[in-house]
Ligand binder design. Sequence first.
Ligand code: ATP
Length: 402
Amino acid sequence: EAGRLADRLNVSLYVVGGCVRDLLLGIENLDLDLVVEGDGILFARKLAEAKQARVKAHDRFGTAIVLLPDGFKLDVATARTEYYEYPTALPTVEQSSIKKDLYRRDFTINALAVRLNAKGFGEVLDFYGGQRDLHDKIVRVLHGLSFVEDPTRVFRAIRFAVRFGFRLGRDTEALIEGAVKMNLFHRLSGHRLLEELKLLLAERDAMQAVKRMADFGLLRFIHPKLGWSSRLQAGLRAAEQALGWYRLLYLDREIAGWLVYVVALLEVLPERAVADVLKRFPFTQAEAAVIRAARLNGQAIVRQLSRRPPPKPAQVYRLLCGLSDETLLGLMARSKAEAIMRAISAFLTTYQHVKPLLTGADLKAMGLKPGPQFKQILDRLLDARLNGEVHTELDERDLAAR
Ligand code: ATP
């Protein structure tokens, strides 16, 4: 349908990038990136019109996002033609502008396009050997200056290699080593580096991703003191196990898994270094709170939870309430003790959802005077319920009146 619209507008239309890669790998990918040879924004507007979709256009970049009513999202870009770069040259043949567009991409496997116009529909454009590299399972840059142009590609290379179980091309590997030697990453803002790090740590095999970073000496760009060690490995494995356990139990709840790995990474650093990392990277306040909570209160909470005799449910609740799930998993990963697992598990599955039967309104109806002591009474009722000391509403009324 989009192809027919392109034909009518007399422009060439291609689907490009990760979506083509995943299609050829047989992996589902719902992000559709389109490239138009011609006016991409006009095409996006017409497409949106036909589909009753919304458009957000960035005129400066010739790109637009089309938001379809069913939540599906299309990215539309304009292939930069040679016309812009060489004002005196004649307009070039049709294919050269998509070819140039693909040349600006990161890896051969991401530089494939499929034609959507009626003429040549479904044709794969593969100027740089992307299909061969998909077949041989290799992540390869398109040219020697790729990482100089954009050092974040180093992290992207590791991300795709780890995700698909690919290796890095030999030249690509050498270029990464060169980029590390040249310290190209100091040029990156904390923001961009953090974005890449998040994506890497959100991969299913995040531990492998960190290992590959370590192999290239990339961890020191997170902090100079950070390096691979058996302690770090154990911490990452524990984070992985905690996350695996959590996902089995709470499939319907989102968790920032990457943050649990960040906690594990920073766990091996001294306090000063963690402060540096929190300064260099723009974590949100909530994220920084998770990192701090896991470190500062972690030890104390773990100690309390593992003390003998074991704390009562209400005590467990009071220790853990107010901590995010990420912090709880950080605690779990840190201690790995059976008692901690059990306490956190009970908190997440049960204690968190317990409420007293009586409400503030009930207390008022009982003739109690509203005020700060209401909260105390309700807290007392909750604790008693958590500990199984009250059962019926009458029990609660007795306790409230005391
Ligand atoms: P994912 O499945 O992780 O989303 P993706 O390949 O779709 O993978 P995106 O970051 O959405 O990744 O990028 C879409 C496409 O844009 C890539 O396939 C690649 O062609 C191009 N691209 C993205 N980032 C860069 C970059 N830093 N340098 C060059 N090309 C890039």
